[in-house]
Write a protein of this length. Structure first.
Length: 362
């Protein structure tokens, strides 16, 4: 019997979600601080058969942790000790900002969902950069002779910066963080920064991606793989337009999808009045599964094998991950499932993927 679901019900479910997140993340980092890392890695190291080559990088597993959990590069090593093949930190903005007023994180436990309106709370690119550098050095030391987990960096717009100055704001983050990133993601799809999603419009997105890409490569003195993260709320036509733009610009890939402002798929347990009371914010978790899979299939049909597609949204089990891979995802990410499934979630998914792979080759 798994211990974590009982612990979640008895302890975390009764606690403010943001406080529970801080305590849980502290526990994960503490395991590394007391030198349990080597033992954890020995237990959770993904089967070598799961290795994936993408973006010019070798990923130990196709399954990684989406942006949002580790916003400030404070626990990269501890998270990779749990079996994630990559960790995407952020969203990081050029300037430090506190985010939106609390409460701003809400659970819908029966629907296996979360609503957040965090608002890109983070310490800013200049503060995150040295942590990222230190984490990269530690990963290199921990994984000598093996494929080390990959570190992605997700960047967004500072709330106080007007939209007309967004390009320079993103470039500032890229300049500070691209030299330390294995890949870079431009986030234009969070619903919690006013006006941000307007940057998904092609006439705004084209100059932004072009500028961030050139700045990142120049700062790093190498090509830094660049991806854009899009919302599930785009129309099918707009999803395809973003795919066409990515191909035209020579982008490396697309992360699909971010949270949704829709409330479709809820109602397993939550009453409409309960959902309405939560207010605005992005919905993640199981209710996003259907649309996230639809967007993935649209992108793969349009782009073929010319783009790396990172699928995220509504992923809970190894079967979910395998479904995304079968539908054309190169890599798969999770986040909300981590909150409900506990610290050995990635390990269970990797083991399930390895079993399925062996069964397919019998």
């Amino acid at each position: 019997m798994r211990f974590y679901p009982m612990f979640f019900t008895a302890v975390f479910s009764r606690m403010d979600p943001e406080r529970a997140h801080r305590i849980g993340f502290l526990g994960i980092r503490t395991a590394r601080a007391v030198r349990l890392s080597a033992a954890l890695r020995a237990r959770t190291r993904p089967d070598p058969a799961l290795q994936v080559t993408a973006l010019g990088l070798r990923f130990p597993s196709p399954f990684g942790l989406a942006a949002g959990f580790d916003k400030g590069a404070e626990g990269i090593g501890a998270l990779t000790d749990l079996g994630f093949g990559h960790v995407e930190i952020g969203t990081v903005t050029a300037q430090a900002q506190p985010g939106n007023p609390r409460p701003r994180l809400f659970r819908l436990v029966g629907d296996r969902a979360v609503v957040n309106r965090m608002g890109f709370n983070n310490d800013g690119a200049a503060a995150v950069a040295p942590r990222l550098a230190q984490a990269r050095r530690a990963l290199e030391a921990d994984h000598r002779g093996r494929a080390r987990p990959v570190v992605g960096v997700n960047i967004g717009k500072t709330k106080a910066v007007p939209l007309e100055d967004a390009v320079d704001d993103y470039r500032q983050s890229a300049r500070a963080l691209a030299p330390l990133a294995d890949y870079l993601v431009v986030n234009v799809s969070s619903p919690n920064t006013p006006g941000l999603r307007q940057l998904q419009e092609i006439e705004s997105l084209r100059p932004l991606l072009r500028a961030v890409g050139s700045t990142a490569d120049e700062a790093a003195d190498r090509h830094v793989p660049l991806l854009v993260k899009i919302a599930p709320d785009l129309s099918d036509e707009d999803v395809l337009a973003v795919a066409d733009l990515a191909l035209d610009l020579g982008l490396d890939g697309i992360v699909a999808t971010n949270t949704t402002i829709a409330r479709d798929g809820l109602g397993l347990v939550a009453e409409p009045s309960e959902v309405e009371a939560l207010g605005a914010g992005g919905l993640s978790g199981a209710p996003l599964r259907r649309r996230s899979l639809e967007v993935l299939r649209l992108l793969r049909e349009r782009a073929g094998d010319r783009l790396v597609l990172v699928s995220v949204g509504g992923v809970t089990t190894a079967e979910d991950v395998q479904q995304r891979l079968d539908a054309g995802a190169t890599l798969v990410q999770g986040y909300t499932g981590f909150l409900y499934e506990g610290p050995f979630w990635a390990d269970r998914i990797n083991r399930g993927l390895a079993r399925a792979r062996r069964a397919r080759h019998r």
